[in-house]
Ligand binder design. Structure first.
Ligand SMILES: NC(=O)c1ccc[n+]([C@@H]2O[C@H](COP(=O)([O-])OP(=O)(O)OC[C@H]3O[C@@H](n4cnc5c(N)ncnc54)[C@H](O)[C@@H]3O)[C@@H](O)[C@H]2O)c1
Length: 439
């Protein structure tokens, strides 16, 4: 926060996130009032002693205390009366069923709402507790809608990405900054420059909530992946730490945005075959690698979900744009669209296919065998040009970017419906009804 933007901020929940937030914001010069329901934590805070173990925090709290920038209370009303912004960092644990327990957030937001109705001065509420998409909307609607309607309160969802044990430096240099506002509109400039930071991406509440879950699911996936490679590697007598170190040196395909876009199922001549070989080896040798084992079933679920979208669309004519497993290749091996086409034909759909990379007469070897065994009549569905393929109506399944948008514009009409499987933004501009496959 810039020097001119010093604020009085209340922080609800003095656990791992709240205590660090308090210490770091006080270091920036803000006056902090901590709130917790736990009297021991409030007492400890008032003495400038961290209620948790976190490197660097003790010094921050002691300094803040000495400067008169830090105090704590059990009273929500007192904290709200004394501050202009509140940050909520209370816990969001699992219920025994695994469901998310929002009880603490609901409790604290209700109290904040009641205190603000007594104060009647404008206030910013920043929710940082990890919550499933839709939670901020539901909680704001239930407890705060009147205050928001008269513009006394602005609500933000601002996920926290710090890690315990390096929390202070993570807070000061966050790995990611995302702010959710009700409709995705930019927050006021003073909050951006002061609290969220100029680099923060601004999205709507639900997207910000989902980013946090996607990040944590990705972190868990990475750890499980490395551990499974470790277990199967050890069985093979290989130093998997060396393997993973080399894997991480590839920043083109491995540690990069590549392969990180929701869209087509994976296919082609390598990924399914190689995952199959590795998991088969592990199984035959008594190594359990459930995450890697789940890749092919997960990929198949994805394909089934695309088929569901097509077959439940109500359309009987389907146009597939792009038959190969990715664009600019004629490789049909384990291409998801071959499965889709085969299933649709089996269920009696009228099918037209367009793929300029495919020249059936030039196919040879394993690639030709795919056609001979799976789709012997492919030639009769394959259209020579886009105009013939699109016809006058039908559900267009855009699996690959295999035609210029300008050309699509000429032939796609309002009678077509379009399912975008590949993430092709320009398709939204076409007159047909647009639906993203998994977005
Ligand atoms: N711990 C982490 O590393 C981390 C990182 C990022 C996000 N998060 C998320 O941040 C949130 C907080 O996590 P944490 O680890 O700091 O939790 P925590 O359990 O350590 O602390 C939560 C605190 O909230 C207090 N509290 C409960 N109800 C209250 C109320 N009505 N008023 C005031 N205080 C109240 C509790 O007494 C407790 O001290 C969670 O949603 C968590 O998922 C945690």
């Amino acid at each position: 926060m810039s020097v001119g933007d010093k604020r009085r901020i209340s922080i609800f929940g003095l656990g791992y996130v709240g205590a660090v937030t308090a210490g770091c914001l006080a270091k920036q010069g803000h006056a902090i009032v901590g709130v917790d329901v736990h009297p021991g934590k409030v007492e400890s805070f008032n003495a400038g002693v961290p209620p948790i173990v976190e490197p660097g925090l003790e010094e921050l709290l002691k300094t803040a205390k000495a400067k008169g920038l830090l105090r704590a209370t059990l009273s929500c009303e007192e904290a709200i009366a004394d501050t202009e912004a509140s940050i909520v960092c209370v816990g969001t644990p699992s219920k025994v069923t695994g469901a998310l327990d929002l009880g603490f957030v609901r409790g604290v937001v209700e109290q904040i709402g009641n205190s603000l109705r007594k104060k009647m001065k404008s206030h910013a509420l920043i929710l940082r507790s990890t919550m499933l998409p839709g939670s901020t909307e539901a909680i704001a609607q239930e407890y705060l809608s009147d205050l928001m309607a008269v513009r006394l309160l602005q609500v933000f969802y601002y996920p926290e990405f710090l890690r315990e044990s390096t929390a202070v430096s993570d807070f000061e240099n966050p790995s990611l900054a995302v702010v959710g506002t009700r409709d995705g509109a930019k927050p006021p400039a003073d909050l951006v420059s002061g609290l969220f930071g100029e680099r923060a991406a601004v999205v709507n509440w639900s997207t910000a909530e989902m980013v946090k879950y996607a990040c944590n699911a990705f972190h868990a996936t990475k750890i499980s992946f490395a551990n499974e490679i470790g277990r199967v590697g050890k069985q093979m007598g290989i130093d998997s730490r060396a393997v993973m170190e080399l894997l991480c040196q590839d920043t083109k395909l491995n540690l990069s945005p590549y392969y990180m876009k929701p869209g087509n199922p994976f296919g082609g001549s390598c990924l399914p075959k190689d995952v199959r070989a590795l998991t088969n080896h592990a199984r035959m040798n008594g190594v359990s690698i459930p995450m890697l084992e789940s890749l092919l079933p997960s990929n198949d679920r994805h394909l089934q979900s695309l088929l569901g979208l097509i077959t439940e669309s109500g359309e009987t004519e389907v146009v597939i744009l792009g038959m190969t497993f990715k664009s600019n290749t004629d490789d049909l091996r384990e291409s998801a669209m071959v499965e889709v086409a085969q299933t649709l034909l089996g269920r009696g759909f009228k099918l037209r296919i367009y793929d300029p990379a495919l020249n059936l007469s030039a196919l040879v070897g394993a690639n030709k065998r795919v056609i001979d065994t799976k789709m012997p009549h492919l030639a009769s569905q394959l259209c020579p040009d886009l105009k013939t393929a699109l016809g006058t109506r039908g559900l267009v399944v855009a699996a690959q970017r295999c035609a210029p948008v300008g050309e699509l514009k000429q032939f796609i009409t309002a009678n077509h419906r379009l399912v975008d499987v590949n993430g092709w933004p320009e398709l939204r501009e076409l007159p047909s009804k647009y639906e993203g496959f998994c977005w």
